[in-house]
Design a protein around this ligand. Structure first.
Ligand code: GDP
Ligand code: MG
Length: 313
């Protein structure tokens, strides 16, 4: 896994800004089982989409960094990739990911789900976080889906499992309770530099963000038919000088001809819908018209090709 926090901590901050006196900043790992709402929360805190959201577990393939800059504080959120298997099976990989992340951050944001009972994954995270001296902020998400009585009981359980007296009830989807979460995170930040210039909300290159937005639309529109065999790759992004238009060439990569037929759809209907959905998302972020040339390609067994996966990441 790339050492995102370490890389920024190393040389000068990308913005190069000297830290104003009293400025605080730090890296926060966002922990929680798949589907608890980590990506939704990071996007809501950042105020724009940096990470894709989906009902499929393990949608986040890369570690996404979302940056929140407040007046006297900068919070860099690491939205961790999903784990290979359901969290309850507690794979070694999951444990390693949690342990590694804990070593390179200044605080942890632990997200629990108000609608499901807690499992060994939740307990492992709570335990691992408690075993460090890192400040932890705990939030109980999806409270829009439970009634007041159940919420009280779930908050109590969340306090018990996390060992924290302060658990924030939130709805990342609706934006409820987020100000308090941000305030708690801000209070947990040590003195530090301005890692990212104001206005920069992610460290992801635009190519990666666009590829992720395309992949999100593809997952949404093919559902369980082509589960995780889809990758997206952006070939070029060109800003036209004669008019306000950005031209993007991109491909969706699948493993077999039959998957390609599904992703293309009858008369190209599916790939067109994927393309226009992604185009609208990119236009909303860039604030300019976008022309997206999206093709579907077959690359046999790309998921077993380590070099190809390296190249995608
Ligand atoms: P992640 O796997 O933890 O990153 O979870 P995602 O952010 O991708 O969200 C998983 C699913 O839960 C998506 O369908 C989200 O729309 C949904 N979701 C996230 N937060 C909330 C919330 O506060 N309320 C409700 N009702 N749904 C949510
Ligand atoms: Mg996610």
């Amino acid at each position: 896994m790339a050492d995102a926090a370490g890389a920024h901590r190393g040389g000068a901050a990308p913005g190069g800004d000297a830290a104003p006196a009293g400025f605080r900043s730090g890296f926060v790992a966002v922990f929680g089982r798949p589907n608890v709402g980590k990506s939704t929360l990071v996007n809501a805190l950042v105020g724009r989409k940096v990470s894709i959201v989906s009902d499929h577990p393990q949608t986040t393939r890369r570690r996404i960094t979302g940056v929140v800059t407040l007046e006297e504080c900068q919070i860099v959120l690491l939205d961790l990739p999903g784990f290979q298997r359901p969290f309850d099976s507690l794979t070694r990989r999951m444990q390693t990911t949690v342990d590694d992340a804990l070593e390179e951050v200044d605080a942890a944001l632990v997200l629990l789900n108000a609608t499901e009972s807690f499992g060994p994954g939740d307990r492992y995270i709570a335990h691992a976080v408690a075993g460090t001296r890192l400040p932890a902020v705990v939030a109980l998400n999806k409270i829009d889906l439970v009634d007041a009585k159940r919420l009280g009981a779930r908050l109590e359980e969340a306090r018990a499992i996390s060992g924290q007296s302060d658990v924030h009830p939130v709805s990342a989807l609706r934006g409820d309770g987020l100000t308090d979460v941000l305030a708690s995170l801000a209070a947990a930040m040590p003195p530090g530099p301005v890692y990212f210039p104001e206005g920069q909300q992610s460290d992801q290159p635009l190519e990666l963000l666009v590829a992720e937005l395309i992949r999100e639309q593809a997952l949404r529109r093919t559902r369980d038919e082509v589960p995780h065999a889809i990758a997206a790759e952006v070939g070029s992004i060109t800003e036209r000088t004669d008019k306000p238009l950005v031209e993007i060439e991109a491909s969706l990569i699948v493993e077999t001809e039959s998957q390609k037929a599904i992703v293309v759809g009858k008369g190209g209907r599916v790939v067109k819908a994927i393309g226009s959905g992604a185009r609208r998302e990119v236009e909303a972020i860039l604030g300019v018209h976008v022309f997206l040339d999206l093709r579907v390609k077959v690359r046999k067994r790309w998921r077993r090709d380590d070099r190809y996966i390296e190249h995608l990441l």
